[in-house]
Design a binder for this molecule. Sequence first.
Ligand SMILES: C/C(=C\COP(=O)(O)O)CCC[C@H](C)CCC[C@H](C)CCCC(C)C
Ligand SMILES: Nc1ccn([C@@H]2O[C@H](COP(=O)(O)OP(=O)(O)O)[C@@H](O)[C@H]2O)c(=O)n1
Length: 313
Amino acid sequence: MTLLSFTPSSRLPVPTFSTVRRQPFVSTTHHPQSCGLLGSKPIPLFGLRTHCPAPYDVSIRSKFLSFGLSASVEDLIRDAGATAAVIGGAYVLVFIFDNLTERKLLNQGLSRKLVHILSGVLFMLCWPIFSTSTEARYFAALVPLVNCLRLLVNGLSLASDDRLNKSVTREGNPEELLRGPLYYVLVLIFCALAFWRDSPIGIILLAIMCGGDGVADIFGRRFGAVKIPYNPQKSWAGSIAMFVFGFLFSTGMLYYYSALGYFQLDWTSTMQKVALVSLVATAVESLPTTKVVDDNISVPLASMAVALLSFSN
Ligand SMILES: C/C(=C\COP(=O)(O)O)CCC[C@H](C)CCC[C@H](C)CCCC(C)C
Ligand SMILES: Nc1ccn([C@@H]2O[C@H](COP(=O)(O)OP(=O)(O)O)[C@@H](O)[C@H]2O)c(=O)n1
């Protein structure tokens, strides 16, 4: 099982998630596709069909398969529409925070952090609007990819997007776009492709990077008088906020996906594992390593390592 092929299939003996309520982690669907880890069909989201195709769909799908299309036209249209909508949402988010900064309703630092928190969390909240086809994750990954190109073009000064600079950089310096923000969207691309809706690991990883690390900055700047002995740049308040909000964002996102039918989790065990991942991520984020490796890389890497160990059987 590789991360990218982490798609349950009724034919293969698939591992049983220890966090899943005591039943074999086997999909009962006709198609090896990410539609609920246990064949439990996700409930429709906003009226959209997010469940696995019913048997009658097999005949429709087999017609497309005979033409070599692995996804139905309906799925392709839905995914293209979802991609366009979420890309539009990203532009609106940057526009809103640029406006708030312009009007001095938000300082640039807080604006940047709120964009840091909201971008990834809202992106994950949008994943269920994509179809259940195996191609859906690639459509979803287009959203951070488009923003990656936007960051590169502006960071290399091939174009100038003032709104982006003001809402995403500390001092409005375009080169800044090529560090934290670029690593951030690269992690979003990786999680969408490698984990998608199939595994709690990517969701936890993003919740900690976006929610935990984002809130750490806000609390740390505001309440961070007592510094961490081994890193005067960081504070106990910031790190405690990182742990607490990393945990809360992670469990909140897992509950969201569980409520939609993607996961059936043993919550006692899951909460323990999420707390461990959040603790390790907090410890890594507190280290004086930002000059060597950005915490948008170190924190997700550490979170992924611990989450893979914790959630594998
Ligand atoms: C400010 C950001 C990262 C900086 O991190 P750090 O250096 O402060 O630790 C976030 C950059 C966000 C990016 C420009 C836009 C990403 C949009 C996202 C892929 C899709 C959001 C869609 C949703 C519906 C708003
Ligand atoms: N654990 C933490 C994290 C951040 N912070 C505060 O937030 C500021 C920015 O943190 P950071 O360097 O991690 O910011 P980003 O690299 O995430 O943008 C730090 O200079 C601290 O003032 C903190 O006090 N404690």
